[in-house]
Ligand binder design. Structure first.
Ligand SMILES: Nc1ncnc2c1ncn2[C@@H]1O[C@H](COP(=O)(O)OP(=O)(O)OP(=O)(O)O)[C@@H](O)[C@H]1O
Ligand SMILES: [Mg+2]
Length: 252
């Protein structure tokens, strides 16, 4: 019986075939020795979130340092499912979920980028791999959805939004107010404050009056939402002041 000793691993293709292939690639301007460009891994959760984000904000990235710090703190505090359960060996696998945390009050003039940064924060949390059940609405849309009408379950809707792990409540204080809207806002903010559920609020109004500006010339959030809501917002939120021009006018 004879034993064949091979000099090394056999090449996958013959030299003739390699030469022909390389000639073909060269015709097309392709150099097989250059490495392929890095293709980013798709994040399925981010792709799903993108579909629910208004087109205008789908490419939003976090730029404001206070928003970046908030995202970082929430990611840090996210926990694995059931990790607080009686048996830590069961159910700890899986994506970490947002739990409790602080909220943000993004305030500033029209068009300076508050909603943009709010959606950027949602995108960043999703891209960080956290399980994020989120809901976004403007205060005006929420009040409209809460109006009693046939077939609607406004109470169920409010309870669902109150409990959602991450909420964007956009344009707080922009809608025409009444005792009824104040009551809805109070119930929502009170629940989220007591349960420390992370919420992104945006508003055009300064939270409180600047003592140097005459009261008549300066509407503030307190006038719109009342003392009790403002007290809770102060307790749960980091205020982030946005300045700058209306970006909608800067568009080419
Ligand atoms: N950092 C940014 N980079 C690129 N585009 C931006 C940025 N910030 C805002 N924009 C764009 O500018 C426009 C206005 O931004 P946005 O809607 O966030 O303003 P806003 O402060 O929420 O305004 P309003 O008070 O009227 O609700 C949007 O079209 C948005 O996509
Ligand atoms: Mg906005």
């Amino acid at each position: 019986m004879t034993t064949t000793h091979l000099a090394g691993p056999r090449p996958a293709i013959s030299d003739r075939l390699r030469t022909r292939l390389e000639a073909r690639l060269a015709e097309r301007g392709i150099d097989p020795r250059t490495s392929l460009p890095e293709t980013p891994e798709p994040v399925p959760a981010l792709e799903a979130a993108q579909k629910r984000i208004p087109v205008d904000y789908r490419a939003a990235v976090v730029e404001h340092p206070d928003v970046a710090a908030w995202v970082g703190a929430l990611v840090e505090a996210a926990v694995a499912p059931n990790s607080g359960g009686l048996n830590p060996h069961y159910g700890t696998a899986g994506r970490r979920q947002l739990t409790h945390g602080p909220s943000l009050l993004l305030w500033g003039s029209t068009g300076c980028g508050k909603t943009h940064q709010a959606y950027a924060a949602i995108r960043a949390l999703t891209a960080a791999g956290c399980g994020v059940a989120w809901h976004a609405t403007t205060a005006a849309d929420l009040y409209a959805d809460m109006r009693p009408r046939a077939g609607a379950e406004p109470e169920q809707l409010l309870r669902r939004i109150m409990r959602i792990p991450l909420l964007l409540l956009d344009d707080l204080g922009a809608a025409k107010g009444s005792e009824w809207t104040e009551e809805i806002t109070f119930r929502l903010v009170n629940w989220r404050c007591q349960h420390r559920l992370p919420t992104l609020f945006t508003t055009n109004l300064p939270p409180v009056r600047d003592p140097d500006t005459p009261a008549a010339r300066q509407p503030v959030l307190r006038d719109k939402v009342g003392d009790r809501v403002l007290s809770r917002l102060s307790g749960m939120c980091t205020p982030v002041h946005f300045t700058g021009p209306d970006r909608r006018f800067l568009r080419p």
